[in-house]
Design a protein around this ligand. Sequence first.
Ligand SMILES: Nc1ncnc2c1ncn2[C@@H]1O[C@H](COP(=O)(O)OP(=O)(O)OP(=O)(O)O)[C@@H](O)[C@H]1O
Ligand SMILES: [Mg+2]
Length: 229
Amino acid sequence: MSDAIVELRGVTRSYGSPPTVALNGVDLMVEEGEILAIVGPSGSGKTTLLNIVGSLDQATSGTTRIAGHDVTRMDDADLSALRAHTIGFVFQQFHLSDGVTALDDVATGLLYTGTPRRERRRRAASALERVGLGDRLHHHPHQLSGGERQRVAIARAVIGDPRLLLADEPTGSLDTRSGDAVMQVLGELADAGTTVVVITHDLALAARMPRRVRLRDGEVVADERGVAA
Ligand SMILES: Nc1ncnc2c1ncn2[C@@H]1O[C@H](COP(=O)(O)OP(=O)(O)OP(=O)(O)O)[C@@H](O)[C@H]1O
Ligand SMILES: [Mg+2]
C-alpha cells in the first residue's frame, strides 16, 4: 500500500457526441502532504482534472481513488460525505456573498457537518487567523482587497480541516504581491500536512512549487519535481 491520497489511472473524460475529449488517459499519483501545481494552456483540462480529483465530476473511463476510496463505486451520499470530510475547494470563479462578513462566510463551510453555530464561528475565526485575516473578521466583501477575498475563500475551504485542498487559479485575478501571499498560505497548509493541488497559469509561481504537472490537450506531458530555478 502506498500513502497516495490521489490515485488516477488512465482517466479519460469526454463530453457530448461527437465527443470532446477533455482528459485523455491521465495517470496521477499524489502522496499525502504533497503540494503541487497543475499547469497548462487554457482548455488543456486542468479544471476537469481538479473536479474529478475532488469527486465533483466522474471520469468517463479509468480508475479514480481518493483517500483510498474508489469513487466510481460510491453513491451520492458517500461522495458528499467524502467531500464534506476530506476535501476543500477554492473555485476558479470564487464568490463571496454581499452583506455577509468574512467570519460568517467562512463559518458556512461547516454548515453541513452538524457543528453548532457558536463552534462554527469560533473555528471560522481561527481559520481566518490561519490565513492572516484575524483583523478582518467583520469586514464585508467590498471592504476587502482581492487577495484578502481569495484568502477568505481559502479559509472557508480549510475550516473543516480537509486532508486534500484543491484550488483552481487562486491567484488568477491578483497582483504579484497578493498572489505570493495566497501561495504562502497554501505552502503553510502543506507544511502542516494538508495535501494541496493548485492550478495556476502563473509559471513564476509554479516554478517555486516542489512539483509541477503539465497538461496539454488533456494529457500529462510533464511531471517535474524539484523547485525550478
Ligand atoms: N461541460 C462541458 N461540456 C463540453 N465541453 C467541456 C465541458 N467542460 C469543459 N469542456 C471542454 O473540455 C476542455 C477542458 O476544459 P477545462 O475547463 O478543464 O480547461 P482548463 O485547462 O481548466 O482551462 P482554463 O485555463 O481556461 O480554465 C475544454 O476544451 C473545454 O471546452
Ligand atoms: Mg479552468
